[in-house]
Design a protein around this ligand. Sequence first.
Ligand code: ADP
Length: 487
Amino acid sequence: MSEELRILFVTPEAHPLIKTGGLGEVAGTLPPALREIGVDARLLLPAYPGLIEQLNAQPLGAPLQVLSSMMPVQLFHGLMPDGSTPAYLIDAPALYHRNGPYVDENGKDWPDNALRFGLLSRVAAMFGIEGRSFGWKPQLIHCNDWQTGLTPAYLAHASGIRACSLISIHNMAFQGNFPPHWLTHLNLPRSSFGVQGVEFHGQLSFLKAGLYYADHITAVSPTYAEEIQTAEFGNGLEGLLSRRKDQLTGILNGVDSAHWDPENDPYLQATYSRSKLQGKAVNKRALQKRFGLEADPNVPLLGIVSRLTRQKGIDLVLAIADELLSQSVQLIVLGSGDKSFEAELRQLQQEHPETVGVHLGYNEKLAHFVEAGADIFLMPSRFEPCGLNQMYSMLYGTPPVVRRTGGLADSVIDATPRTLADGTATGFVFTGDNEAELLACVLRALILFQQKTAWRKLQISGMKQDFRWHRSAQQYLALYRSLITEG
Ligand code: ADP
């Protein structure tokens, strides 16, 4: 492996250590997939509580002076729990020993997030700056989302030979914008605070910094890479992104096929495959019982696993709920997020205890169970950089209803007479972000659900999809190679 590319993958979360969403899943699965194809990929993340122990990590060198406004911090290195991937941890207990990586128990951002993720960004850059020795030197630093956005800025302002940088956008909606006084605390040069730099509407923007200074940008699906160049999806950064469109590539995420495989899933009541679908019915019955719903195999069971936010179109689902529940359907929702959506869902469940099940909270095991037990998966996101749940649902024989946006558009093939006939259909796709189109799309799914042979064919074509990481890992490898060669 020593002859191969050396990539530092810097991230604020990585499954199975800590995960709040898609980025955590990617960080836990892309680096091992890269290692399988010969890339020396390693992780860097904050030492949140318990991580040093979980990785059996050892101190690496002497404490490191990273930011002049802060005490030195200790780096640790260990191996991810499955033994696949080396990982570096930044031990700064005053910053990272908290419950929740980004927000407190009331959902409020930690007030010192600029410092917490400025530190992460700066340590990542130090790996790529000439003269720094950590016993290993990456050729490219792969940054992820705003929390790592300052790394390319630090690299750009460093002298001497430096590693290349790539930033992946998992979600443009989170930008990490902070008052400008942070510039000094974070040891950024004054000269960087301008339109040609880290400044965004008078604020220091971590994401803007990354998008401006990185050698290359990726988005987590080809459609999202196009969408973020428009005002509707670019969150004010569309101008910068369209100017950099030649350095912007969309690469669809893969899924962790070891954890998301109905044939081999310890969280299910019964495992199943596309040639032996009977186990799916066992899961449906168990899921209905778990939520106190009638265990009727013929009633279509709709499932949702989601952050409860407007992005995910939860308001659209609530808007059509009464109309939908006037049909013979059941609905199960697993999610957490906006308190108002949580309250509305709780109320919906109380009004329809026989047909609606709601579990508020984050529960990995139940997420697998809902994917397996539901008949139809709802994911009407307003925007969706990539989305994982629609891919899980296809692999679990639970055709999804999705909006044609981002990774949903790139991964789900709408059931039309033609795609049903040629066996390529994998789900149901609608276009507008309004409840009428969502309702019409769900009704289309409900009609097809009654046609057992056509439904079986739809399930099987979804279960046949290859969403494993190896394809995306090859695309990243090609990109790393071209950047390192150019650099
Ligand atoms: P996002 O990253 O925008 O939240 P994705 O679909 O890309 O959406 O990824 C969400 C990930 O988080 C999936 O692995 C999904 O199963 C998981 N997830 C979301 N909400 C929950 C929940 N309440 N309980 C368990 N897993 C959840």
